[in-house]
Design a protein around this ligand. Structure first.
Ligand SMILES: Cc1cc2nc3c(=O)[nH]c(=O)nc-3n(C[C@H](O)[C@H](O)[C@H](O)COP(=O)(O)OP(=O)(O)OC[C@H]3O[C@@H](n4cnc5c(N)ncnc54)[C@H](O)[C@@H]3O)c2cc1C
Length: 416
């Protein structure tokens, strides 16, 4: 089922002749929302759906997801599908080790093939400062059990023979990083959450939130109101707008990030390749397309999702400098999506200090897809009375105002 093609009414109990299990209707794009719910999750991107799925798996099915458009409308349907454990802080490395494991098991656990392919991530350095940065990170990653190693330029070329080594002075490579196809991730979470009782409404924007004296909120939509005991804000780059409805300031802001995809080529590129100096990254999809992007600074905060010639020209020049063999390929598709940029590059999680029933799950910048599986799992554990992971103490909204954020190790590897 493609996003937006709602209501595929198939009897779960029946398997077709090929043995494929067919699931019941997943998305509701018409009809009224229920009058009450224990938890309303606003936002049907990967973060909201991952939380819904894990809540349902832990037996909490009185959950409603409200998405104003279709699944994958936001950043979750527009990203590069990169999943890596090469980070600069221990907490993010460890989170991503667990997320990679969840990605590996996704097809078995959720029943959908997300084409997760562990071809590694290859980060390329063009100067000594970048090499030192990689070496420092590798040391920490190795201590956490991630087998990243430093490579000479020729070592990098053994992994990607098509690289032009001019100006490359070193590289880091972790073979268990990978890429996946984002959309089936959302379909899988949505279908399994719905199969466990979660109701997912698309074409259903939340237009207001009214805190109740007795706790919880009245959540208003064009399909009626839901009385929710708890609300989770998983609206990605739009999270500040939703929070503003109850007077909560979330200091994240939208940054347009452009990306493009080429005609399909014979498979030749196993890892995601990323150049530190320019922010260029590219990988080859299972269908053979080269999918990649590059940092084009200076456009400021915007919700504009248009594509620019400036991006295409910058990307093409950098890509061909790095892999001259790609000089003749055709770019077939170009698009953009919003990064939900947080001031320190880390997500914003846990309740708003002024509203203990209003939970945040936003600020994931350019790595929300890879973090969604583990963050969804940990959120569900905590909200169902289980363990409260340290991310809910560290990545609070309060850290931006009470000074606690300044004392935390700064993540400085928000690239690729
Ligand atoms: C070009 C690009 C490349 C990227 N590459 C990677 C990558 O390689 N790896 C990686 O891990 N991450 C990557 N990211 C980041 C990743 O896509 C995001 O961090 C992640 O998808 C965020 O998911 P989300 O669910 O928080 O937000 P979204 O997917 O944006 O979902 C939020 C949803 O909330 C809905 N919404 C908003 N307001 C309301 C409302 N009032 N009522 C109801 N619904 C509402 C929106 O319609 C939207 O569907 C990339 C992002 C971009 C743009």
């Amino acid at each position: 089922m493609i996003p937006g093609n709602e209501d595929d009414e198939v009897d779960e109990s029946r398997a077709d002749v090929s043995g494929e299990i067919r699931l019941p209707a997943t998305l509701e794009s018409s009809g009224n929302v229920p009058e009450r719910a224990e938890i309303v999750i606003v936002g049907g991107g990967v973060v909201g759906l991952a939380i819904a799925y894990y809540l349902a798996r832990r037996g909490l099915d009185d959950v409603v997801v409200l998405e104003r458009g279709y699944l994958a409308e936001g950043a979750s349907g527009r990203n590069g599908g990169g999943v890596r454990q090469q980070w600069s802080t221990e907490i993010n490395i460890r989170l991503m080790q667990e997320s990679v494991e969840l990605c590996r098991r996704f097809a078995v656990d959720v029943g959908v093939n997300v084409w997760f392919r562990q071809g590694g991530y290859l980060f390329l350095a063009r100067n000594a400062k970048e090499v030192a940065r990689l070496e420092k990170n590798i040391d920490l990653q190795n201590r956490c059990g991630v087998a990243t190693r430093m490579l000479s330029p020729h070592g990098a070329q053994e992994i990607v023979p098509e690289l032009d080594l001019t100006g490359i002075v070193g590289a880091s490579y972790n073979p268990t990083d990978g890429i996946l196809f984002p959309w089936p991730f959302l379909w899988g979470y949505a279908r399994q959450a719905a199969a466990h009782g979660v109701r997912i409404f698309t074409q259903t924007a939340v237009t207001s939130l009214q805190p109740q004296e007795s706790g919880g909120f009245i959540v208003t939509t064009p399909r009626g109101n839901v009385r929710a005991r708890r609300v989770i804000n998983a609206t990605g780059a739009w999270s500040p707008q939703l929070a503003k409805m109850i007077g909560v300031d979330v200091p994240t802001y939208p940054i347009r990030h452009e990306i493009c995809s080429s005609e399909p080529l014979k498979p030749f590129l196993r890892p995601m390749v990323s150049e530190l100096s320019s922010g260029l990254y590219c990988s080859q999809s299972m269908r053979g397309e080269i999918v990649g992007g590059v940092t084009v600074p200076g456009h400021g905060s915007t919700y504009a999702m248009g594509s620019t010639l400036e991006f295409l020209a910058t990307y093409s020049r950098r890509l061909v400098r790095l892999m001259p063999i790609l000089g003749d390929i055709k770019i077939l598709r170009q698009w953009a999506g919003p990064y939900d940029q947080s001031p320190d590059g880390n997500p914003v999680l846990g309740p708003a200090p002024t509203h203990p029933d209003f939970f945040l799950a936003c600020g994931f910048v350019g790595h929300g897809f890879m973090m969604a599986p583990i963050v969804g799992k940990l959120y569900a554990e905590w909200l169902t009375g289980g363990h409260k992971h340290e991310i809910f103490e560290r990545y609070t909204l309060g850290r931006f105002t009470d000074g606690s954020g300044a004392a935390q190790p700064k993540e400085d590897f928000n690239i690729g």
